[in-house]
Design a protein. Structure first.
Length: 486
């Protein structure tokens, strides 16, 4: 099937001039010059947030510290495209915007040959997850965009690989099939690709290294077990959001309910399951509970989490809605009132105590040890590994570690010179999420890591001694002479 990309929106004049100039850039198909130009024109944007937790008494190394306010530091790396001569840069945060908006933050833009520039957040469009940042100095070359292109089954696409000093490498993949969703302006394109790409929130480029759009989600394809079902938001939609942000000189706010959702298995008739509910949210006020299955919104059947989120975001604050819910097998209707999302001041209270010794439940290491013949060459192996041993954080173990109710995976061993060690992961860290997904079973975690490709990155969110932080792991192949854990 063929999907034609069209530009169907109005630009402000300064933005239009820049975009038309950038999108007209010509390059040899797949040429080194095109790749080099793309590596220079794409920029890396690092947003770092810092908050303080509530004051509590914490025991660290046997010492009581009263009224301790843990510092919570998170980093959100993204790839950005340069929009215009005013140094406006578009990044796609997806649902990560909720962890940034309203918090103290600093922004660093890494351009070209590793040049580092201070950045300023102009605004976020909550409905799309698009953010616009502005470089406070210097000049940035424009990014080539593909606004009138055709994508066909079997086409080659590429995506950049984030590195510490910017972007210099790209990975390629094949389009297995592509379908127009029927409402591109709202849901993006649904594409099946032959392999998992480096990460959600990264741009997708054509072989001439022009940006087609940004990756919104990836999961195994129910129709093709060998493919990855990928949702891509096209540049036309994202540029519309950027234009609104620049015109408003601030955020574009949307409706909010305050639930975290999980899609049901493909065999289910429909609906989404509530994973958790934010304290003080409209959902909590309405009486919704974790494990409730939402099946209808004002009479409209709910297919998946993406559709439900769109329905909420498109509803004005103060509007009442009727939610049809299945709770413990019983159907019921619950009224709720949509609100605007309020900035979050912190992640809540975290108390962490490290005993002298911890007895961990039995666990098995997912993966194998490889013995190699001669040092100095990369290992050729199908499945990436990051070099950690993990166990499930059971309720009893969570209570023992003074993180009651916390779910995740406890790191019990870290191997030297592997990606986890290089990224600073330590024994005792609790892995809260991986690329925004939560894993409660070590085997599921290992399967996810194995599904990635060498050269890609994964984003871990961990708890360490009361501090919640994010760190990016780059899956670089170890040299011969090293053995590996998953």
């Amino acid at each position: 099937m063929m999907l034609k990309l069209e530009s169907a929106f109005r630009y402000t004049l300064p933005l239009a001039i820049g975009l038309l100039q950038f999108s007209s850039a010509q390059a040899q198909q797949g040429s080194p010059n095109a790749q080099e130009a793309a590596g220079i024109s794409l920029v890396r944007v690092n947003i770092t947030t810092e908050t303080r937790g509530d004051g509590e008494t914490v025991v660290l190394d046997g010492r009581r510290i009263p009224n301790y306010h843990p510092k919570i530091i998170e980093m959100f790396p993204s790839t950005g495209i340069v929009l215009d001569a005013s140094r406006h840069v578009l990044i796609f945060l997806g649902y990560r915007w909720a962890d940034i908006q309203g918090r103290n933050h600093r922004i660093e833009i890494i351009a070209g040959q590793g040049q580092k520039l201070a950045g300023k957040l102009i605004g976020i469009d909550q409905s799309t997850g698009v953010a616009v940042v502005e470089a406070q100095e210097g000049s940035l070359p424009g990014t080539a965009l593909c606004l009138r292109c055709e994508i066909r089954d079997g086409a080659t696409v590429v995506t950049p690989v984030l590195e510490d000093q910017g972007i210099s490498q790209f990975e390629s993949a094949k389009i297995v099939s592509v379908t127009a969703n029927g409402n591109e302006s709202q849901s993006g394109w649904e594409v099946t690709i032959n392999r998992r790409l480096p990460g959600i929130g990264e741009p997708l480029l054509d072989v001439e290294h022009r940006v087609l759009g940004f990756i919104a989600s990836q999961k195994p394809s129910p129709q093709d077990p060998m493919g990855v079902h990928t949702v891509v938001f096209p540049m036309s939609q994202l540029l519309t959001s950027a234009e609104k942000i620049i015109q408003a000189k601030g955020d574009i706010r949307t409706g909010w309910l305050g639930v975290y959702l999980d899609d049901l298995p493909p065999s289910s008739p429909g609906g989404v399951r509530i994973r958790s509910i934010l304290e003080g949210s409209p959902a909590e006020k309405a009486g919704l509970l974790p494990e409730d299955v939402l099946v209808k919104w004002n009479g409209t059947p709910i297919r998946d989490a993406l559709q439900f989120i769109r329905l909420v975001q498109e509803t004005h604050a103060g509007t009442g809605v009727e939610l049809e819910v299945i709770r413990a097998g019983n159907a019921m209707t619950i009224p709720a009132v949509v609100e605007n999302r309020k900035p979050e001041e912190n992640h809540g209270t975290i108390i962490f105590k490290f005993p002298d010794e911890i007895s961990l439940p039995n666990s098995r290491v997912e993966g194998e040890i490889t013995y190699l013949k001669s040092p100095g060459r990369p290992v050729q192996q199908d499945h990436p590994r990051i070099g950690i041993q993990i166990v499930a954080l059971t309720p009893q173990l969570a209570d023992y570690l003074q993180v009651p109710g916390q779910a995740g995976l406890l790191v019990s061993a870290v191997e030297d010179k592997m990606p986890a060690a290089t990224a600073g992961v330590q024994v005792g860290d609790v892995i809260v999420s991986v690329d925004g997904q939560r894993f409660l079973d070590p085997g599921d975690f290992s399967s996810y890591v194995h599904s990635r490709s060498w050269g890609s990155k994964i984003l871990l969110k961990v708890l360490r001694k009361g501090v919640e932080r994010s760190t990016a792991l780059f899956l670089k192949q170890p040299l011969l002479g090293q053995h590996r854990k998953p």
